[in-house]
Design a protein around this ligand. Structure first.
Ligand SMILES: [Zn+2]
Length: 341
């Protein structure tokens, strides 16, 4: 099946009351891990690539790997999403390449570091919405800023310093007409999210619920939502790694989010941890090995396990065959119709 619109996946998820994991990729093994997990659990899939991933893998390699995935797994609805587009230009280049969904992160200036003004965010996001919807492509925006830095993107600040204001979020959705909204509720990018298990003081689920009440028809997105499980940290440290103790977002909090309008959950760190742990284990136990497959295979398998578990926990498992893909041209016609109405 061709790559499909993210809007369709999220609309279906809203109908079914489940969430969809969005997993970051940089290479073939990560795409393979996600697709195998999707087949095993019969899940629809969102694969996402950041600007850093696009430059690491080169756009064309990445895009053609995704086309291969779509061809090899015809039963899986598959979205290629741009994670944290920093400018209208970046979103435009992704759309031209063939991404079926883009994030315009206008919560930060194009440097990807400095928090922007509300007016700047509205203007940039509106521009991307107009350009993307004309082609049936989905748009995610962000209001409020997450903490931390990932792939050179982020404020580097504490997750609580720029929380999303619910009334401002409602105004933002009204003015931009976007499809999905990333909100800041205390999470951070990267492995070091919380220095102890998060509580209501550090992870503001009440704020998420408040936003959902004001925007019951907007698909909410949780960024920085790896759970950073201790067993994955332990494997790394057991085989010579030096991770400092850290806590992520507990899966039960994500599940509470899913009950309150969260349809897309971004996960990257957990997969990175799984891959690194598996590779370290081979290096430690079989130092005589030098065939890259000897460690990339277990790495791919370890990531697949994490992804399959998240797909089950988020509720997307079993839903791959629920619907036929809507062509992007049809999505474009629907947006045009809505605009005219
Ligand atoms: Zn993010």
């Amino acid at each position: 099946m061709p790559l499909v619109s993210m809007r369709q996946l999220l609309d279906e998820a809203a109908k079914g009351g489940y969430g969809v994991g969005a997993f970051n990729v940089n290479n073939m093994e990560q795409i393979q891990a996600i697709m195998e997990a999707a087949r095993e659990t019969k899940s629809p899939v969102i694969v996402q690539a950041s600007r850093g991933a696009r430059s690491y893998s080169q756009d064309k390699y990445l895009y053609h790997l995704m086309l291969a995935a779509a061809e090899l797994y015809p039963e899986i609805p598959l979205v290629l999403h741009l994670d944290h587009g920093n400018s209208v230009e970046t979103c435009k280049s992704a759309i031209e390449l063939g991404f079926t969904s883009v994030m315009m992160d206008g919560s930060l200036m194009p440097d990807g570091k400095t928090p922007s003004s509300f007016d700047y965010n509205v203007k940039a996001t509106r521009e991307v919405v107009a350009m993307a919807h004309a082609k049936g492509i989905t748009v995610e925006g962000e209001i409020g800023c997450l903490g931390g830095i990932e792939d050179g993107h982020g404020t580097g600040l504490d997750g609580l310093s720029h929380l999303t204001d619910p009334a401002q979020a409602a105004e933002f959705v009204k003015q931009t007409g976007l499809d999905a909204l990333a909100i800041a509720i205390g999470t951070s990018h990267g492995a070091y999210k919380f220095s102890k298990k998060p509580t209501g003081e550090t992870l503001k689920m009440d704020r998420l619920i408040e936003i959902h009440k004001l925007l019951p028809n907007t698909h909410l997105v949780m960024h920085g939502s790896s759970s950073v499980p201790k067993d994955l940290q332990d494997i790394i440290n057991q085989y010579g790694g030096k991770l400092k103790p850290t806590w992520g977002v507990p899966v039960e909090e994500i599940q509470l989010g899913i009950k309150n309008g969260v349809r897309k959950i971004n996960v990257d760190t957990d997969n990175r941890l799984a891959i690194t742990g598996a590779i370290r284990k081979v290096f430690a136990e079989k130092p005589e090995e030098f065939d890259p497959r000897s460690y990339l295979k277990p790495a791919r398998e370890a990531m697949k396990k994490v992804v399959a578990l998240r797909m089950t926990q988020f509720g997307q498992a079993g839903h791959a065959g629920d619907y036929a893909p809507v062509p992007l041209s049809e999505m474009a016609a629907r947006y045009a119709q809505k605009k005219a109405a």
